[in-house]
Design a protein around this ligand. Structure first.
Ligand code: SF4
Length: 394
């Protein structure tokens, strides 16, 4: 298969290095960004085994189009109502229908599949690792061992044919990205030692920063027709792991630096706005569709919002995001989330630089800013607070 992206490792060192420096200094946007796992309450953090099990189960929902902040918030609420659903020794005894019903009360997302995985993976965790996800990482020092133990080996049928040991079966629904995510969350919570050569979860957000900053250089075809996640995952993971190894940076730091930049600034940047996204009306999602030339109904690809240099809304958003971004000099592209979450495609386009009026930020008024999550509450700092948080030389 022809590669759709190549890696610029020098650029990766430049961009990642700058972001790590800002993260360590807690400079904008890292002074306002927060991570989804910060919503996990102390009552759970105080029990390391239960905390590790909660993280293991939460990873089941860290897939596809579901926002991880929403997933963790809802799962924390579910844990408070039904803590037994997060104990493998109890889940082993439950039937899939009962698991699905409890999960449905919190998150209605691919439940047929996830409830079955929840049950089977509880069984494997209990039997092979005595119910403790931390044991999966015992005496492990390489990514290969983690992938061998965590990544699902397709089916039981293929396991028997391949003569794998039981503890090499992995877990349903876990691929390399999820294995990296589990290692990241456990290491971030200091429940395991960090593993030096395993990439953090290289998801849409990490790849977006790499594409935008030309660390991943896409082919012409990918620019015009879009690139799928699988087309760029391997190169993205390699760019991050090579940087971690050569610069001795942990997966937690680089994962946090990239993820928080994308979810705090890129998400709000006008060049990443899209029209034609699905909307929820009551309990049903309405997705814009079109009829293709074969008469089949297809999802309509969301379209990027046209940049208007005279739109005060766009200018204000640009001022708060790209204009003050640590990557503003190296970032040349936008990669909106709309086409990715609706149709699974990265659809980059050249980033338009806007002319920011200096007076704009002097007009102190309340306006939406990058989201700040604390205990699940979305806080919007006032214009005065934003001025104290932002630096003139970001
Ligand atoms: S310049 Fe804008 S789009 Fe580029 S990384 Fe920064 S916030 Fe994101």
């Amino acid at each position: 298969m022809k590669a759709v992206a190549r890696i610029d490792h020098d650029r990766a060192r430049l961009v990642f290095g700058r972001l790590i420096k800002k993260l360590r200094e807690k400079k904008y946007p890292y002074n306002i960004a927060t991570l989804p796992q910060e919503m996990i309450p102390h009552a759970l953090r105080d029990q390391p085994l239960r905390h590790a099990q909660f993280i293991f189960y939460a990873c089941h929902f860290m897939r596809g189009a579901l926002d991880s902040t929403t997933a963790i918030r809802q799962l924390v609420a579910l844990w408070q109502r039904s803590p037994d659903l997060f104990k493998p020794e109890v889940v082993c005894m439950m039937d899939v229908g009962a698991i699905a019903a409890l999960l449905r009360s919190a998150i209605d997302y691919h439940l047929d599949e996830i409830a079955a995985f929840w049950k089977e993976n509880s069984d494997r965790l209990q039997r092979l690792w005595r119910g403790d996800p931390r044991r999966i990482f015992e005496k492990v020092c390489t990514a290969d061992v983690v992938y061998r133990r965590v990544v699902n080996k397709e089916s039981r049928a293929c396991v028997a044919g391949n003569d794998l040991f039981e503890d090499d079966w992995g877990f349903f629904g876990f691929r390399k990205k999820m294995a990296g995510m589990l290692a990241y969350f456990l290491a971030e919570a200091q429940l395991i030692e960090p593993i030096c050569d395993i990439a953090p979860a290289v998801d849409f957000h990490l790849l977006r920063i790499m594409i935008a900053n030309r660390i991943l250089i896409l082919t012409e075809d990918a620019w015009t027709g879009g690139a799928k996640y699988e087309d760029v995952y391997d190169e993205g993971a390699e760019a991050v792991t090579v940087y971690m190894r050569t610069c001795k940076i942990s997966a937690v730091e680089i994962g946090d630096a990239l993820w928080m930049l994308s979810t705090t600034l890129c998400r709000e940047a006008p060049g990443n706005w899209s029209t034609g996204r699905s909307r929820k009306r009551g309990n049903t999602w309405q997705t814009p569709t079109r009829i293709d030339h074969n008469g089949k109904e297809r999802k309509e690809l969301p379209q990027p919002v046209v940049i208007d240099q005279y739109s005060s809304e766009q200018l204000a958003a640009y001022e708060r995001t790209c204009h003050r971004c640590p990557c503003r000099k190296t970032c040349t592209a936008n990669a909106p989330s709309g086409p990715y979450y609706e149709c699974g495609l990265f659809m980059p386009r050249v980033r338009t630089r806007m002319r920011v009026r200096k007076a704009l930020f002097d007009e102190l008024h309340d306006h939406p800013v990058p989201r700040r999550h604390k205990a699940g509450i979305v806080q919007r700092p006032t214009g005065h607070e934003q001025l104290s948080l932002l630096e003139p030389d970001a």
